[in-house]
Structures are given as structure tokens and as C-alpha cells.
Design a protein around this ligand. Structure first.
Ligand code: IMP
Ligand code: MG
Length: 171
């Protein structure tokens, strides 16, 4: 039986999202902000974050899933392209968790081709132990050294995204 060890409470998540939203509102004042959520894991974080941002902005989604290949870097499959025109706009990528950083690196490479004015990263969790590529997470609500977590959009084999708080999963 898997064990769910409580790690971050619902209230604490909301408090950090509120702070992050305020900071983004300040930093992007006068800019042309597009929140670009990475499916599927970011959908709950994105829904809360957008409501804590007080400046005008637009929202779009990009679908990317990593599938395990034989190579260690893995391959990224794009399952949905952005709908909005991103040229000359200030794109803020919204992720659930940055782990090795490989997914985000591929997404950044792809978005760069669309010629935005700026690209920054906002992640609910910045998990650093296994980072393989040099990537700066500009905004993160929580930092984690290691572990595998679920809840608040984060899954294990597509399950447990619905848990309202974040749990350490012990299999
Ligand atoms: P990366 O390419 O290694 O940075 O992996 C990013 C993706 O792996 C995330 O968007 C998640 O879908 C998944 N992932 C990495 N760590 C965790 C975790 O602790 N819990 C749930 N999903 C995770
Ligand atoms: Mg996932």
C-alpha cells in the first residue's frame, strides 16, 4: 500500500501562491504578460496563480510529456501548441515541478522559435537534487531537495492530482 506523508498544507500553498502572484504583478507592470501553463501538472497551480495576479494578462497552455526512451535524456512529445501569438510578448512558463530540467529546456527551445520578448519560469516546486541542465527558476513557491511528491496537480501514473495538499509518496 502506498503511503502519503503530509509535506505541505493547503493553507501554506495558498500563502506562497499569493506572495508569488504579488511579486509577478509588480515585476510585469507595463509588460505584455502571457502565462503559459505546461499541461497537465500545472493546471491547479495556474488556476490559483492567475487569480492572485492583479495586472492584465492572458493565459495559454502548452502540452508536453516526457516519455522514457532508451537514451538517458529522454524525449519530449509536444501534445498541444500554444494558441496565442507569442511574438514580442512576455511569456511566463508555469510548471508544477522542475526536476532534471530537461522538459523545460526543450519547451524553452521551442518557445524561443516563436520570438517572444522575454521568457521566464514560474514553478510551484523547484526540486534541485537531480538537476541536469543549467536552468534558472525565476519564481518558485517551494524548494525541495529530493523525494517524489503528489497532489495539487502533481501525479504518480496520472493519479493523485486531485489531492488538495502536497504529500511525499512512499511506494
Ligand atoms: P524534468 O524534465 O525532469 O524537470 O521533469 C519534469 C516533469 O517530471 C514534471 O513536469 C512532472 O510531471 C514530473 N515530475 C518530476 N518530479 C516529480 C515529483 O516529485 N512528483 C510528480 N511529478 C514529478
Ligand atoms: Mg507529470
Amino acid at each position: 500500500m502506498p503511503q502519503f506523508i503530509p509535506l505541505i498544507k493547503e493553507q501554506e500553498i495558498q500563502r506562497q501562491i499569493q506572495k508569488t502572484g504579488q511579486q509577478i504583478s509588480k515585476d510585469y507592470k507595463g509588460k505584455d504578460l502571457v502565462l503559459l501553463g505546461v499541461l497537465k501538472g500545472s493546471f491547479i497551480f495556474l488556476a490559483d496563480l492567475t487569480r492572485k495576479i492583479s495586472i492584465d494578462h492572458e493565459i495559454d497552455l502548452i502540452g508536453a510529456s516526457s516519455y522514457e526512451g532508451t537514451s538517458s535524456t529522454g524525449q519530449i512529445l509536444f501534445t498541444k501548441q500554444p494558441d496565442l501569438e507569442l511574438k514580442d510578448r512576455d511569456v511566463l512558463l508555469v510548471e508544477d515541478i522542475v526536476d532534471t530540467g530537461n522538459t523545460l529546456l526543450k519547451i524553452i527551445e521551442f518557445i524561443t522559435l516563436l520570438d517572444p520578448r522575454s521568457i521566464k519560469i514560474c514553478s510551484l516546486i523547484d526540486k534541485r537534487e537531480r538537476r541536469e541542465v543549467k536552468i534558472d527558476v525565476d519564481y518558485s513557491c517551494f524548494s525541495l531537495e529530493k523525494g517524489f511528491i503528489v497532489g495539487f496537480g502533481l501525479d504518480y501514473n496520472e493519479k493523485y492530482r486531485n489531492l488538495p495538499a502536497i504529500y511525499d509518496l512512499k511506494l
